[in-house]
Design a protein around this ligand. Structure first.
Ligand SMILES: NC(=O)c1ccc[n+]([C@@H]2O[C@H](COP(=O)([O-])OP(=O)(O)OC[C@H]3O[C@@H](n4cnc5c(N)ncnc54)[C@H](O)[C@@H]3O)[C@@H](O)[C@H]2O)c1
Ligand SMILES: O=c1ccn([C@@H]2O[C@H](COP(=O)(O)OP(=O)(O)O[C@H]3O[C@H](CO)[C@@H](O)[C@H](O)[C@H]3O)[C@@H](O)[C@H]2O)c(=O)[nH]1
Length: 469
């Protein structure tokens, strides 16, 4: 099928490359000329495992093309995917500027039936707004051609985006019931036909339900994380171990084992903005949102957990202290720095006077841009970031090591060598990536999130509960 994908970010590029892999004839449009030029040269502007291989295979085969030419891209695709960003507006609601602009581009150039598929994460009612905009624009141009708008939210995760797209748990499609919608249903079924091989399910529903499902899913996952972080803080206070609690909880099939990892909070381009957007949607609908408020509040606090632990150890000011940070991206296997907890942590450490030695296996260039932006008003603080060449280089001479992103390569580092490299053998593990006993055997003091430190038991640990007895 002839498909156009508008926007070549994480979602658009993965969608385009995967659809080409399925044999569809795909043209990807972006207004960012530099990005398109790189893609045309065969350079992949983001780090996403497996994506380069897909592009390298499908671009020379002529199934995947990149353009900045709006008219050509509208002409190309019978199916027009909108996969542009929906960043948070000042009040937390999703900014639909790019989505509506993409819809306008289609309307200004289309002269035959088009199926417009919304892949961006958008508030309930957006498909309706896109339909109205198309109708108005076509009316203005006095062009009589039909269209349908469907909602097809994307659930891929960064770091495993290609695999998630090619083998999704399910594909949600929100569709109306008019004549044009029947054609939309047929085309969407053909488009996703390759999924039959993986027995992934197409779930059809009302357009508004599809739009809400996307936010509801992200907020549900964010809720699990915040609740686990609250349990972790409680475990720490009561002398329990959150990893044992997690095993116990996750083995109940009603709860399930996924997304129960406590840590320093969720980040990324989706959970934080989507929880906020759902709060805003609830406000606008005059519906209470206590749970969502709490999810966000817990997450904001959790990002500072490691700094609080450092301050407990070294005092309120960290002036004169050197702190190593392992991992900057918001999660492993991506270079995405959007709402990465590292940004809060590094910013706070610098504010408290520390020198920070940072390392990330792939996100160093993106992190340089992010910190330059965050610290634009504080050039002296920015100068206190040392950009290390390796994980051990970051640890060299540091008073403590903070594990912020759990890249697998960090878990392979020899604890004995690490102990020798640090000036004080203290590791604050923000992702509970290490067994405390492993580091303890090398003489390193390990403090996780909600974990019992090696060698400490209920009997040896001062119990805060005694205060109440
Ligand atoms: N990143 C994810 O993991 C993920 C997963 C699922 C859903 N989503 C949602 O998908 C949407 C896209 O997210 P993303 O992370 O890919 O965004 P992104 O910011 O990485 O990329 C968006 C791209 O769209 C381009 N663009 C903007 N307006 C355009 C226009 N009018 N015409 C052509 N190109 C245009 C931009 O130049 C940019 O390259 C968002 O709504 C997001 O919430 C993201
Ligand atoms: O048990 C867990 C799982 C995740 N996280 C954190 O949660 C954040 C988000 O992680 P993840 O969901 O793996 O990455 P994203 O790429 O942001 O994907 C989410 O957001 C996308 C954009 O909407 C959706 O498509 C995905 O389904 C949804 O998982 C990261 O900071 C993780 O460190 C935890 O703290 N504990």
């Amino acid at each position: 099928m002839k498909v156009t994908v508008i926007g070549t970010g994480y979602v658009g590029l993965v969608t385009g490359a995967c659809m080409a892999e399925w044999g569809h004839d795909v043209m990807c449009l972006d207004l960012d000329a530099a990005k398109i030029a790189r893609l045309q040269r065969g350079e992949v502007p983001i780090y996403e495992p497996g994506l380069r291989e897909l592009i390298m295979r499908n671009q020379p085969a002529g199934r995947l093309r990149f353009t900045t030419d709006v008219a050509a891209s509208v002409e190309h695709g019978d199916i027009q995917f909108i996969a542009v960003g929906t960043p948070p507006d000042e009040d937390g609601s999703a900014d639909l500027r790019h989505v509506l602009e993409a819809a306008r581009q289609i309307a200004c150039h289309m002269d035959s039936f088009k199926l417009v598929v919304n892949k961006s994460t958008v508030p309930v009612g957006t498909a309706q707004r896109v339909s109205t905009l198309l109708e108005e624009e076509l009316g203005r141009r006095a062009v009589r051609c039909g269209f349908a708008v469907v909602s097809n939210p994307e659930f891929l995760k960064e770091g495993s985006a290609v695999a998630d797209f090619l083998q999704p748990d399910r594909v949600i499609i929100g569709c109306g019931s008019g004549t044009a919608d029947r054609r939309a249903r047929e085309w969407m079924t053909q488009l996703y036909a390759p999924l039959e091989r993986t027995s992934s399910q197409l779930l059809w529903m009302e357009t508004r339900s599809a739009e809400l499902t996307k936010y509801a899913a992200n907020a549900m996952l964010a809720t699990r994380i915040s609740l686990m972080n609250e349990y972790a803080n409680l475990a720490e206070a009561l002398g329990a171990d959150i990893e044992e609690v997690r095993r116990g909880l996750g083995s109940d099939p009603r709860i399930g084992a996924h997304f129960l990892k406590a840590g320093i909070g969720y980040g990324g381009s989706c959970f934080p903005k989507d929880v906020r957007a759902l709060i805003r949607m609830s406000e606008q609908a005059h519906v209470s949102h206590h749970v969502l408020d709490a999810v966000e509040a817990v997450n904001s606090r959790q990002k500072f957990k490691l700094v609080e632990k450092l301050q407990k150890r070294f005092g309120a000011s960290l002036s004169g202290r050197t702190v190593a940070i392992w991992g900057l991206a918001f999660k492993p296997e991506t270079d995405d720095m959007r709402e990465a907890p590292s940004r809060c942590i590094v910013g706070e450490l610098l504010r408290l006077g520390a020198i920070v030695r940072v390392f990330d296996p792939v996100a160093m260039p993106a992190a340089r841009r992010a910190f330059a932006q965050d610290l634009a008003a504080y050039p002296r603080r920015l100068a206190n970031i040392h950009w290390a060449s390796s994980a051990l280089d970051a640890a060299r001479g540091s008073d403590a090591l903070l594990l912020v992103t759990e890249w697998v390569e960090f878990s392979h580092i020899d604890p004995v060598q690490l102990a020798k490299t640090l000036s004080m053998p203290l590791v604050l593990d923000g992702r509970n990536a290490w067994e405390p006993s492993l580091l303890a055997s090398a003489g390193i003091e390990h403090r996780g999130i909600g974990r019992i430190p090696a060698g400490e038991t209920l009997r040896t640990r001062p119990m805060p509960l005694r205060r109440f007895s």
